[in-house]
Design a protein around this ligand. Structure first.
Ligand code: DX5
Ligand code: ZN
Length: 220
């Protein structure tokens, strides 16, 4: 399985998002964080901006919705053309219904788990989704430090996916850098979101390549 690097534009220049999307044209996807001041104590962007980002992005868009009531709001992000739409387990009323709707609209469906949210309730439902996003920080802000206590959850999720012989990705998001990416990959993650590590680098394409190389040695 290849290691996929999805830089988060949360650490880009919000006045130059098109330019900063082009800066990551060698990445596998652009991770776009939608925050609503309700599910998390931060506000980023909503559907009109998201739709334009999908139109101008040189790479597929990976939407991460940190919003309340995703059952109501998430399908429009799939309709906007996102390659994947990930909603939070803690916010969804009917996650399987929502995941089916996102897939019907042509997006890959992801379920995100805050650090203290267990993966176990989802292990029998893996066939209904395309990705589990294990948050490796509390969602809401870039630049936080990686929580190592999330690694056992990644291991358990990967073991269940392998056991069921499914093609479900495990994405990690938060504090992913040269210092942490190898242990996340070793635990079983194969999609890596990095915001500050990529956009804070002097040479953005080189940083993407470095992260991909480090992760690739450990993805299994
Ligand atoms: C945080 C967001 C992340 C954020 C990661 O809630 O979901 O995508 O951009 O930023 P870093 O990589 O700086 O921890
Ligand atoms: Zn994110």
């Amino acid at each position: 399985m290849p290691a996929l690097i999805n830089p988060s534009i949360l650490s880009a220049d919000f006045a130059n998002l098109e330019r900063d999307l082009h800066a990551i044209s060698t990445a596998d996807a652009a991770h776009v964080d939608v925050m609503d001041y309700h599910f998390v104590p931060n506000l980023t962007l909503g559907l009109p901006v998201f739709e334009r980002l999908v139109e101008v992005s040189p790479v597929p868009v990976d939407g991460h919705l940190m919003i309340a009531d995703p059952d109501r709001w998430a399908p429009a992000y799939a309709e906007a053309g996102a390659a994947s739409v990930t909603f939070h387990a803690e916010a969804a009323q009917a996650p399987v219904r929502l995941a089916r709707e996102l897939r019907r609209l042509g997006a890959r469906a992801g379920v995100a788990l805050r650090p203290a949210t267990p993966v176990e309730p989802y292990l029998d439902l893996l066939a209904e989704i395309d990705m589990i996003l294990v948050m490796t920080v509390e969602p809401g802000f870039g630049g936080q430090s990686f929580i190592d206590g999330t690694l056992p959850k990644i291991r358990r999720a990967r073991a269940a996916i392998s056991e069921q012989d499914l093609d479900v990705h495990i994405q990690v998001d938060g504090g992913v850098s040269r210092d942490t990416i190898e242990r996340a990959a070793d635990a079983g993650a194969n999609v890596f979101v990095a915001g500050s590590a990529v956009y804070g680098a002097d040479d953005v394409p080189a940083e993407i390549e470095t992260l991909r190389d480090l992760a690739s040695r450990h993805v299994h």
